[in-house]
Write a protein that binds this ligand. Structure first.
Ligand SMILES: NC(=O)c1ccc[n+]([C@@H]2O[C@H](COP(=O)([O-])OP(=O)(O)OC[C@H]3O[C@@H](n4cnc5c(N)ncnc54)[C@H](O)[C@@H]3O)[C@@H](O)[C@H]2O)c1
Length: 339
């Protein structure tokens, strides 16, 4: 059985991926410092999977701690989810983002190199396409960034390209996620942001559950059919399955560096998502239109043909499934993992 180290495995996408890895016959080991997640996730994952999960509470910037983990376990590959992800916060605290996201990744790569473990999947993002000129987004399109968070993803991808070029025994995949939505069907794990949510789905569900007063929609004067931004949403279970598929592909060897989009290839506007949530929740969700948010682009959706070709991956869940599952999680846990 292959052992996969999963830094950030207690977070939103990481926790769903850990369950998928177990389902596919891998042995995941979680490393997390709980800077943006709950300790409760570990026992919930054990309950949902029926397996004991090896877990270390550690900051991935702690090199000695990582060395201990690599000494104690025979690691075959790493999936690195550990990092900060809030765009607005990254604008206010850029050094905190550069320090955590870049140093975390570099420390991990250094220790992997020391232990000759050269298989890694990295959580990248559609944000690395910056301000695109055409849709759908294809992996070879020009890259850019509009905020410090996006620049950390872009810089890390560049580091990974350089690393693969310097030593052809590395197998590296950067998965560029589009917009994750949904939750595990049990409603026991899901997205639980700290403070006011940055992402659309938790914002909408927190309004629906009465924690927030109304949804703020940033701009309805974009060049789109209803004037609101259009995004490509992917169920978190589909994303999770994409990671297991990427791990299998890594083990086929001689990968070098590959960037792969994980998206549904469909675009939904903010108002369409709101309507879908209203159906799932069974009531009207109040909203207000605010001005455009700096750095937001009008439309973003993926060409996911590379994921289909290399990973045999495509999305299975519909937008209705995503809204239903996000709402199921929020309704059962109005205060997230604090409940
Ligand atoms: N959710 C999204 O919309 C989205 C989109 C594209 C890319 N991503 C990327 O995917 C990854 C996972 O995202 P998520 O939504 O699951 O975020 P998350 O915040 O829920 O999960 C990240 C996890 O990493 C942990 N962590 C952070 N810094 C750490 C450190 N130095 N050492 C150890 N653990 C640390 C946090 O405690 C958390 O459990 C992130 O890198 C994020 O940038 C997320």
């Amino acid at each position: 059985m292959k052992t996969i180290l999963v830094p950030g495995g207690a977070g939103y996408i990481g926790s769903h991926t850990v369950l998928d890895l177990i389902k596919k016959g891998f042995n995941p080991i979680i490393v997390d410092d709980f800077s943006n997640s709950s300790r409760k996730v570990i026992s919930i994952l054990e309950e949902l999977s029926g397996k004991e999960i090896t877990f270390y509470e550690l900051d991935v910037k702690n090199k000695e701690g990582l060395r201990r983990i690599f000494n104690e376990n025979k690691i075959d590959a790493v999936i690195n989810f550990a990092g900060f992800k809030a765009v607005g916060e990254s604008v206010e605290k850029p050094l905190m983002y550069y320090e955590n996201n870049l140093f975390g990744m570099i420390t991990l790569l250094e220790v992997m190199k020391e232990f000759d473990v050269k298989n890694i999947v990295f959580s990248s993002s559609a944000t690395v396409y910056g301000i695109p000129e055409k849709m759908p987004l294809v992996e070879g399109d020009p890259m850019g960034a509009t905020n410090p968070y996006g620049r950390t993803k872009l810089m890390i991808e560049n580091i990974l390209v350089d690393l693969a070029a310097s030593d052809d025994t590395w197998n590296i995949i950067a998965l560029r996620y589009f917009n994750p939505l949904g939750a595990h069907e049990s409603g026991k794990i899901g997205e639980d942001p700290n403070g006011i949510p940055n992402n659309l789905a938790p914002y909408i569900t927190q309004v629906a559950v009465g924690k927030l007063e109304k949804l703020h929609i940033f701009g309805n004067d974009y060049d789109t059919p209803d004037g609101t931004c259009i995004r490509d949403f992917v169920h978190v279970n589909d994303l999770a399955a994409g990671h297991s598929a990427a791990i299998n592909y890594l083990f086929s060897g001689n990968i070098g560096f590959e960037a792969i989009n994980l998206g549904s290839e469909k675009g939904y506007s903010v108002l369409e998502i709101l309507k879908n949530f209203e159906k799932a929740v069974g009531k009207t969700i109040p909203y207000v239109i605010d001005g455009r948010r700096a750095g937001d682009i009008a439309v973003s959706y993926a060409d996911a043909s590379k994921a289909k070709k290399l990973l045999n991956w495509e999305t299975k869940y519909t937008i209705e499934d995503m809204c239903r599952d996000s709402w199921n999680w929020q309704k059962k846990n109005p205060n997230g993992f604090e409940d």
